[in-house]
Design a protein around this ligand. Structure first.
Ligand code: AMP
Ligand code: GLC
Length: 453
């Protein structure tokens, strides 16, 4: 079957109907990404100067949080060595000051909410209401033009204004993104694939600070929404998770009473207690989006260690193990839609049926390829410019395994009463940057699905 033909018809259908999606509420994390493209020589010099032996210790095992410059440089090396993404909170002021002095090449919108707000509102023209924990002038300036709103209290009433018209002069929440390409070298280390290390010098998003407007006027804010996306819970710890998750539960109840479907963008959550607590709330969501590392981490807290290991054992990830894990997660929590994405293919397990689920995944894969290729997607027509990126050949055996096991046809099968949708993705060989591709995939697929219903 010709995937390219399915890709182009999915794009046309979503493009034609995306205007029908109502307002999307996005909560809770928005920040500024200060992106630094690493230079091998510069990094080696800094490591030598700081003390190579100490730095190398942290390249073996990540610290829980960053309290010194050697920990920062060691954590960057940890990511480079494995080609894996990691994110840590930077606690020490002197390390924050060091990072500021090291500088950046680009300032970009960051945080799942910020990235999704710019994509949905600024590119697709879908109106969004965003939670921005701190609105500094720098932060406000990173929002694109378009129907992007933040709530502002005026005379006790909520008014929706564009972030640049909020008039905020609050703090800047900065995350330093240290990006490296595939093959990047430092000493004897070489990165097996492109990725990044993130150091968050931000006390608001890392604690899931929720603004007073959202505490006190949530019902009014949610009134005009048709869909919602929740993200940013990943940095919570055993010490600070109770308050934010209690507020989240209240917000989910308000949204549930109004029949507003909510998507959870799950990100890698180090703390097991927090991971379990999030799982206990999953039944209140319509759906969840995750990658293989995140799905494996959930299987671990569900006591499915064998399955967790299987999810991390192969490249590309074994789709039968993924399907088993998704069935277990859906069975345990009652969540209606699970969207799994990995390097090379996506799967969606839904308790409802229809080709629109697969077509929304295709639209999302095209958007992801456009983001990887161009760095910034400026208009919905930029998305179609990724049509020339070839469909990943490694996804062929994945598709064959799914056909053999579940009788999958044209990317759709029925498994245990659920629908399983599959798409092979387009992989850009030399992506401009890796940050925000996951957010592009999840928000495009979720909103695309509701556009096509
Ligand atoms: P996350 O793992 O949440 O950061 O999301 C990353 C996702 O982006 C992966 O699961 C891939 O599906 C996708 N992705 C990563 N690199 C590329 C690339 N070069 N081209 C297209 N998609 C990519
Ligand atoms: C996390 C990071 C943020 C980054 C985002 C990309 O939320 O904290 O800096 O922009 O991931 O997905």
């Amino acid at each position: 079957m010709a995937w390219d033909a399915l890709y182009s018809s999915a794009f046309e259908s979503v493009k034609g109907r995306i205007g029908r999606v109502g307002k999307v509420l996005l909560a809770y994390n928005t920040n500024i990404d200060a992106v630094k493209y690493l230079d091998g020589r510069d990094l080696e010099g800094r490591i030598e100067k700081t003390g190579k032996d100490e730095v190398l210790r942290y390249a073996e095992e990540l610290p829980g949080r960053i309290e010194s410059v050697p920990q920062l440089l060691g954590s960057i090396l940890w990511s480079v060595k494995r080609g894996k993404a990691a994110e840590l909170f930077v606690e020490s002021c002197s390390t924050r000051f060091y990072m500021r002095g090291w500088g950046w090449d680009e300032l970009r919108m960051g945080g799942q909410v910020g990235i999704m707000a710019n994509l949905l509102g600024g590119v697709y023209g879908v109106p969004v209401i965003a939670h921005v924990p701190q609105l500094s002038r720098l932060q406000a300036g990173l929002f694109k033009d378009g129907p992007i709103y933040v709530p502002k209290l005026e005379g006790g009433k909520v008014k929706l204004v564009h972030p640049r018209n909020f008039g905020g002069d609050e703090e800047s929440c900065i995350h330093y993104i240290y990006e490296f390409p595939r093959g990047f070298r430092v000493f004897d280390f070489q990165a097996p694939r492109e990725n990044r290390f993130i150091g968050a010098t931000d006390d608001y998003n890392t604690n899931v600070y929720i603004r007073p407007e959202f505490h006190e006027h949530f019902e009014e804010i949610a009134e005009s929404a048709s869909l919602a996306v929740v993200s940013g819970l990943q940095a919570l710890t055993e010490e600070n998770y109770r308050g934010p998750l209690e507020t989240l539960r209240e917000h989910l109840e308000v949204l549930g009473e109004r029949g507003i479907p909510v998507h959870l963008e799950f990100a890698f959550t180090q703390d097991e207690t927090v991971r379990k607590a999030i799982m206990d709330l999953l039944g209140l969501f319509h759906g969840v989006g995750l990658n293989e590392v995140e799905l494996a981490s959930i299987m671990e807290v569900m006591g499915e260690k064998g399955l967790a290991e299987k999810l991390l054992a192969h490249d590309p990830v074994d789709p039968i193990a993924v399907t088993e894990a998704m069935l277990k997660l859906a069975g345990r929590t009652g969540v209606k839609r699970i969207h799994f994405h990995t390097y090379g293919y996506y799967l969606a397990l839904t308790d409802y049926k229809g080709e629109f689920v697969r077509d929304a995944l295709l639209f999302a894969a095209l958007a992801a390829a456009a983001k990887a290729k161009l760095g910034d997607v400026r208009s919905i027509d930029d998305v179609v410019r990724a049509m020339d990126v070839p469909v990943n050949v490694k996804a062929k055996p994945v598709e064959e395994a799914l056909s053999k096991e579940y009788g999958m046809k044209d990317g759709i099968a029925e498994v245990n009463g659920y629908q399983l949708a599959f798409v092979p993705t387009k992989i850009v060989v030399r992506p401009k940057s890796t940050v925000g591709i996951g957010d592009t995939i999840s928000s495009s697929a979720f909103v695309g699905e509701f556009a096509l219903r």
